[in-house]
Design a protein around this ligand. Structure first.
Ligand code: URA
Length: 447
């Protein structure tokens, strides 16, 4: 016989540091999704979890119940090793757009369900929708068809997948409970585990523009994500990477699409390609490839230099309703005339704070405050310099693309506070890729 519960008793238990069992959690989440528990009581639960955390078993149950709150993908008819990559997000992070067609060219099958940007951090779906005509909401049947034809697909969640996360994420956003490790793990893994995956690779970011700026927290998040996803039978590994400065030079939806095309045509920025290659090696290893590193790297580079990955990307864009021609001639895309931010003095760039640059792009119109807000495809920041570069006085550091002329002062202020110029060459202490986070929470050099 099913047990029934009193909501205030469950809240009290969690508030006082207790552990909810599977039935209690299921009752809570099921009733919240169907509207029988109001937001104010669920908010109290979220805040209790924020302060009290969850035990391993509790988190395992939470992820399973969230995943099972709606429909799941069935990829049994799509051949190949099904692998997805998830990044915990940041500024200028267009890696998924480059990596997915590269992995498909290497023979992997990549069903990627992505999200939208929020605040200072961008979202893969917003970037893709900057391509004229492209829509990221597609029916499940179409998702499976495109995956079978191109080897990868990037799309939004369908209406009926993981409804618990859709509701809870909006509530977390409104109750300052986003940056809680168990709630983030529940949110990310419930969606990933609904994708019928064999393997999952994670790019967990740390640094100024990351969700968890402190390395200790990001390592803990990575370790728990790997532990829980592995418990569900998905081969999972995680890299810890830096989000101190933006990835690449482009921040903003269309600008990042253009940089994606650069990457896929062998002209990508060094840091972006370093991340793409490391994650591609990790994906190959997760899929069971035992070849030496130089062999794997040669295959990855060939997927790009041969044009195969770009060709797959163009086919994907076309099947999603987008205009592939504009990607071959991005200069035809109408952009506003940029406002240029120049160096106030000569010297070396010691800091290019990803959070501040992300906020500048947000004020320019590239980001949103609430999940349902619209974003402006043309808005963004194009950097001319990266950390460690020399700059002359009055030399351009960043171009601002925006139609929000009234926001220019605020945008310039953000960029100005992001940039620190010093007279001597800074010592680079933090690497771009810290390494792989092991189940013991150690960081092992990678690749
Ligand atoms: N991304 C998600 O999908 N959920 C979170 O909670 C944080 C990042």
């Amino acid at each position: 016989m099913k047990r029934s519960f009193v909501i205030t008793e469950l809240l009290k238990k969690k508030r006082d540091g207790g552990t909810l069992d599977a039935e209690e959690l299921e009752w809570l989440i099921r009733n919240y999704v169907k509207g029988a528990i109001p937001d104010y009581q669920m908010s109290a639960f979220l805040m209790a979890v924020y302060f009290r955390g969850m035990s391993s078993d509790e988190l395992l149950n939470f992820v399973r119940i969230m995943r099972d709150s709606g429909a799941k993908l069935d990829l049994s008819r799509v051949p190949g090793f099904h692998l997805d990559k998830h990044s915990t997000g940041g500024v200028g992070d267009k890696i998924s757009l480059v990596l997915a067609p590269v992995l498909a060219s290497l023979g992997l099958s990549v069903p990627m369900i992505s999200g939208r940007g929020l605040g200072h951090s961008g979202g893969t779906l917003d970037k893709l929708e900057a391509i004229p005509g492209l829509k990221t909401r597609i029916p499940v049947q179409r998702f499976v068809e495109i995956l079978s034809q191109v080897g990868f697909v990037i799309a939004g969640q369908t209406e009926d997948m993981v409804p618990a996360d859709k509701k809870l994420y909006a509530l977390r956003d409104a109750t300052a409970t986003v940056d809680s490790i168990p709630l983030v793990v529940g949110s990310i893994l419930s969606k990933k585990l609904a994708e019928d995956l064999d393997g999952l690779i994670l790019d967990v970011k740390t640094g100024k523009g990351a969700f968890f700026p402190k390395k200790k927290d990001a390592v803990q998040l990575a370790r728990i994500l790997v532990e829980i996803a592995t418990e569900f039978g998905v081969i999972t590994r995680a890299l810890l990477t830096s989000m101190d400065q933006p990835v690449g030079y482009a921040v903003g939806n269309w600008l990042e699409v253009v940089e994606t095309v650069d990457c896929l045509t062998n002209q990508g920025p060094e840091d972006t390609m370093e991340l793409v290659e490391a994650l591609a090696v990790l994906a190959l290893q997760v899929s069971g490839d035992r070849h030496p590193l130089n062999h794997q790297l040669a295959r990855i580079r060939k997927a790009i230099s041969s044009g195969e990955a770009f060709d797959r990307f163009l086919r994907y864009v076309s099947l999603m309703g987008g205009d592939p021609a504009i990607l071959e001639h991005p200069e035809r895309f109408p952009l506003p005339k940029p406002v240029v931010y120049t160096a106030p003095r000569e010297g070396y760039i010691e800091d290019l704070d990803a959070y501040r640059i992300g906020m500048a792009a947000f004020y320019a119109g590239a980001g949103r405050l609430k999940v349902e807000d619209p974003v402006d495809a043309v808005a963004g920041i194009r950097l001319h310099k990266k950390m460690g570069d020399w700059v002359q006085q009055d030399e351009p550091i960043a171009e601002i693309y925006t139609v929000r002329v009234d926001m220019l002062d605020q945008i310039l202020e953000e960029i100005s506070s992001a940039v620190r110029i010093i007279p001597y060459k800074p010592v680079q202490t933090e690497p771009l890729i810290y390494g792989e986070v092991t189940l013991k929470g150690e960081i092992r050099s990678f690749p």
